[in-house]
Design a protein around this ligand. Structure first.
Ligand SMILES: Cc1cc2nc3c(=O)[nH]c(=O)nc-3n(C[C@H](O)[C@H](O)[C@H](O)COP(=O)(O)OP(=O)(O)OC[C@H]3O[C@@H](n4cnc5c(N)ncnc54)[C@H](O)[C@@H]3O)c2cc1C
Length: 337
């Protein structure tokens, strides 16, 4: 299946529910369809954006170019050892469907990433992470098509240059390589990671600690904590947690003894962006229909009919006040278009 639609509303294609329009929207389920389509147009002249589930983007205006929307399906074991399986997954599979598949088949490694919205193809882009696990820990390689010269290229884990909520696909090679498949190495007998956040407390409600229950515990915690984008538009954490020098963190600790800090490598410390935003007085504040969530200061929501630029303006105001109070520049995690 492939189709080109012109002047399409993107409202149902982004989790903020922003009613922006795209000039052209090409959806395809096979890599070959993308190649023949790109051969039939002059892609070099166009502004191009690759859209998965739209759960990490904010459209601040209509998109006057071409959106490529891969819905390539398939979950296939391509290699097996005594202790692991290599699984090739199509970019258009829903991420959480893949996690559910892994848990149902007793494969370990991605259970802590349960219920993250979006497609598998986007998972390497910002190196999705939650509850002490990042997808870089499980990715073996990423298969792509260079949309400009239409060649295939497979990136090894190292080639992807994974960082905290970042990779080569979000930085240097942004919008050039379309990810068609991701290869994940999962374990047959992995160790459960339950020391993070409230997992252990939540697991007390279960009769046993096993793979299935860890997934369910994480689903329960996330459902209590995060607003459901099907009910209220949002893109999860709007900002990255800032990483600062440990000297800077120590300075802040003198002035704000309660500031949460986490070690982040040699002489580096991670701060909680949500705490900084809350302390700057933004939790629960609205400007029109753009609002900071009442329970989670890191999440900006669309209460009803906010425009993308209004949400972005609110985000800019937050960045400015956090900088004024703490001298820290928050970086947006969400991709602004
Ligand atoms: C309620 C909520 C909770 C969230 N929680 C988390 C969390 O815990 N951890 C976390 O890391 N993220 C979280 N997110 C953010 C989001 O779910 C992830 O970033 C997810 O991977 C985005 O997937 P998507 O398919 O929606 O990508 P999109 O938003 O469509 O795109 C994101 C980026 O990936 C690129 N991209 C998408 N598909 C491809 C492809 N096939 N090839 C090349 N580039 C591509 C896009 O161009 C864009 O730059 C959350 C979001 C929401 C709404």
């Amino acid at each position: 299946m492939s189709q080109l639609v012109k002047n399409i509303s993107l409202k149902s294609y982004n989790s903020f529910g922003i009613d922006a329009r795209a000039k052209q929207f090409f959806e395809f389920s096979e890599a070959e369809q993308l190649i023949s389509f790109c051969k039939s147009i002059d892609i070099k002249d166009k502004e191009v954006f690759i859209l998965g589930g739209g759960s990490n983007v904010l459209f601040t205006k209509d998109f006057n170019g071409l959106i490529l929307h891969p819905v390539i399906k398939g979950i296939e074991i391509t290699d097996e050892t005594d202790s692991t399986v290599l699984v090739k997954v199509g970019a258009g599979e829903i991420w959480d469907t893949f996690v559910e598949w892994a848990v149902n088949n007793n494969y370990y490694g991605i259970e802590n990433l349960s219920l993250i919205p979006g497609y598998v193809g986007a998972s390497p882009v910002q190196n999705i992470g939650a509850y002490g696990v990042e997808v870089k820990d499980i990715i073996e390689s990423v298969e792509t098509i260079d949309i400009y010269d239409l060649t295939n290229r497979t990136f090894s884990n190292k080639d992807c240059e994974f960082e905290y909520r970042d990779s080569i696909f979000k930085s240097k090679l942004k919008s050039r390589f379309l990810i068609t498949h991701v290869n994940f190495r999962l374990k047959k007998n992995g160790q459960l990671k339950t020391h993070y956040g409230n997992i252990e407390t939540e697991l007390k409600n279960f009769s046993a600690i096993n793979l299935e229950n860890v997934r369910q515990a994480i689903i329960n915690i996330r459902q209590q904590k995060l607003p459901n984008p099907n009910e209220i538009g949002n893109a999860g954490s709007f900002f990255k947690n800032p990483i600062v020098s440990t000297d800077k963190a120590n300075e802040l600790k003198l002035e704000y003894p309660n500031i949460p800090t986490y070690p982040a490598g040699s002489r580096l410390t991670k701060l909680a962006a949500g705490w900084l935003i809350e302390q700057s007085g933004w939790k629960g504040k609205s400007i029109g229909d753009a609002a900071v969530h009442k329970n989670q200061a890191l999440v900006i929501v669309n209460k009803a009919n906010a425009k993308g630029f209004e949400i972005n303006n609110l985000a800019d105001m937050i960045v400015n006040s956090v900088f004024r109070k703490f001298g820290i520049s928050l970086e947006k995690e969400v991709i602004i278009l």
